[in-house]
Design a protein around this ligand. Structure first.
Ligand SMILES: Nc1ncnc2c1ncn2[C@@H]1O[C@H](COP(=O)(O)OP(=O)(O)OP(=O)(O)O)[C@@H](O)[C@H]1O
Ligand SMILES: [Mg+2]
Length: 576
């Protein structure tokens, strides 16, 4: 948890001022019962109204002053904790952005979302509470005992005996609760991830009438969370009555011993009332301290979860010096590349050797799961090859600063993702300098200009989150326009036109080819029609290259390719 204290550095002032003012308030609070005892013993007993009014006035002044102190402290605590939370959230977000795909896959989006919201909130609350409570309540607890000793050692001894009993109860409770909090957070992650899956898949769930099963799955995750919450509740519910019992026992003993002292004339009634007030203050302080202990325990679980992310070193290092590329090297080269998504699992790509020259238009085809997307992801270095090397312009991709590499390569992923904003903003996303003419040009290459003209507001049309207010094909075309507008040297369309009709798909391919002279273009598809006219076709099968060549060459020599062709085209079309 202490690892996170650097985020408090900027708020050092608040972290000092807050507790100091709270401390002053606590001193005043400790004085009140003693003044009360003096009023009762000296004022009320002797019917001295002047004395009562004078000391009563003093109490009011002290209380007002204490209130002022409390306000200052509260304000400092709010400033420090809010600032701390904001800074930590920013740092957390930056760290997550630096993760490789593999690391993001490993954490998963729901736990990261939970950590940046729930867990950081928890820590933020802790900072506020520490400033407000950490010094105040131990001081009041010890101070109450000391003040009691100053009044009468024998009665005070009673408090000294009972206080450790209370402390032990508090310790035991927090110790049993700690693992439960950890498990609770983990289950919350599970619940959120189930919920995410449900919300994004709600159409499919309805289409297959699976509501019942899915509701069951959600309830199970929910119930399991509730169980942990209840267990925590049960422990806490034991605990309040238990502490009250001990404190009330203490008060009974104080009254009993006090009575003996009063009869003997050694103590006044005022002191007994003061003792009881101090006893209550001890209870309150222990209660607050125990809440603080619970909060600390909870926060420790949260801090662990935050640190786990903050301590994860991005495994994809990006050198800062720009790579010096060779003009004459091939655009893309795979040298004996193998790749598996997990260290132990199956390989998604195996011993890939291929060279793609500058200016070439290459079609990539293969059955689903054959490794096409994986191949493409390695070029843009979304993942690092497990063995072998991937070169772009003669330089291994790992030697490029990531930004330099990604500037040269634009990938349109299989699932087009758009952002909230206007159509123009979405197209400009990869190249903020693009003029409106550039945007329109990119849209026309992507065959998107026509439908955009028909949208209300045209290029100013507001795209909703994820492109929810556009059709699948419209989304794909906008994503292609975005990649084209970025003006990359290597343009990769990963099954990016799958939702387009054949004619639009053909127009798109023609426009892309005409407008990317000297550039390298990769069309990934399961459709023969999409790759047929490429300069060269690469056929993938089970993570290996089954053949490369033109359509005619492959149709003659590659069994896999011929099979794909004949399954989609008529015999005559395939031979053309
Ligand atoms: N993020 C991932 N984590 C783990 N395994 C993955 C991941 N992505 C793909 N795979 C696995 O890698 C293999 C190759 O997948 P890939 O996405 O490259 O296929 P593809 O040829 O693009 O298929 P499609 O035509 O359906 O898009 C598959 O067996 C798949 O299960
Ligand atoms: Mg794919």
């Amino acid at each position: 948890m202490f690892k996170l204290t650097p985020y408090l550095k900027k708020y050092k002032k608040e972290c000092i001022i807050g507790p100091v003012f709270k401390f002053m308030e606590a001193i005043l609070e400790l004085l009140l019962p003693t003044i009360m005892a003096m009023i009762i013993n000296n004022g009320v007993a002797r019917r001295d109204t002047g004395y009562v009014l004078r000391l009563g006035g003093l109490m009011v002044v002290l209380a007002l002053f204490g209130y002022g102190c409390s306000v200052v402290c509260q304000y400092s605590a709010a400033r420090a904790s809010q600032g701390f939370g904001t800074d930590l959230r920013n740092a957390f977000f930056d760290r997550v952005l630096s993760f490789s795909y593999l690391q993001l896959d490993r954490f998963g989006a729901s736990t990261l979302t939970n950590r940046i919201t729930n867990d950081i909130n928890q820590l933020q609350q802790l900072v506020a509470m520490m400033i407000r409570l950490l010094i105040r309540w131990p001081f009041i607890c010890i101070g109450s005992i000391v003040m009691s000793f100053m009044m009468d050692a024998q009665v005070a001894l009673i408090m000294l005996v009972f206080t450790p009993v209370l402390a032990v109860i508090i310790y035991l409770v927090s110790k049993t609760a700690a693992p439960l909090y950890r498990s609770y957070q983990k289950k919350l992650d599970g619940l959120v991830s189930t919920l995410r899956e449900h919300l994004s898949g709600i159409r499919v769930i309805r289409a297959f009438s699976k509501e019942k099963q899915e509701t069951g799955r959600f309830s199970r995750a929910n119930d399991s969370l509730t169980d942990d919450g209840l267990a925590i509740g049960r422990i806490s519910s034991l605990y309040n009555p238990l502490t009250s019992l001990v404190v009330n026992a203490m008060i009974v003993v104080i009254l009993w011993v006090g009575d003996i002292h009063i009869r003997a004339g050694r103590l006044g009634e005022g002191q007994i009332i003061a003792f009881i007030q101090y006893a209550n203050q001890i209870l309150t302080s222990l209660l607050f301290m125990s809440n603080l202990v619970i909060l600390i325990t909870k926060s420790m679980a949260s801090a662990e979860r935050i640190n786990e992310v903050m301590d994860t070193v991005p495994d994809m290092l990006s050198p800062s010096a720009p790579a010096s590329q060779s003009m004459f090297a091939p655009a893309i080269e795979f040298r004996d590349v193998s790749f598996g998504y997990s260290k132990t699992g199956e390989l998604a790509l195996e011993n890939i050797n291929i060279t793609i020259n500058k200016g070439e238009t290459v079609g990539i085809i293969g059955g689903t799961g054959s490794g096409k997307s994986t191949f493409v992801n390695l070029i843009a270095r979304f993942y690092d090859a497990t063995s072998g090397s991937v070169l772009v312009n003669g330089v291994p991709v790992s030697q490029y600063p990531i930004t330099q590499l990604r500037k040269q390569i634009a990938v349109v992923p299989q699932r087009a993702l758009l952002f909230t904003g206007t159509v123009a903003e979405n197209i400009r996303w990869g190249n903020t300098d693009a003029s409106i003419a550039d945007v329109k040009k990119a849209a026309s290459i992507a065959q998107a200009d026509e439908f955009i003209e028909h949208l209300p507001g045209q290029y100013g049309f507001n795209v909703e989150r994820g492109g929810a207010n556009l059709s699948g094909g419209q989304r794909q075309r906008l994503a292609i326009a975005r990649a084209v507008a970025a003006g990359p040297e290597i343009l990769i369309l990963d099954d990016a036109s799958s939702a387009l009709d054949f004619l639009t798909d053909a127009n798109l391919r023609r426009a892309v080819r005409e407008n990317s002279r000297g550039k390298t273009v990769l069309f990934v598809s399961q459709r023969v029609g999409t790759v047929k006219n490429a300069d060269r076709i690469i056929v993938f099968e089970d993570g290996r290259i089954a053949g490369t060549g033109t359509h005619a060459e492959l149709f003659g020599s590659c069994g896999t390719y011929r099979e794909i062709c004949l399954s989609q085209l008529s015999d005559e079309e395939a031979r053309r």
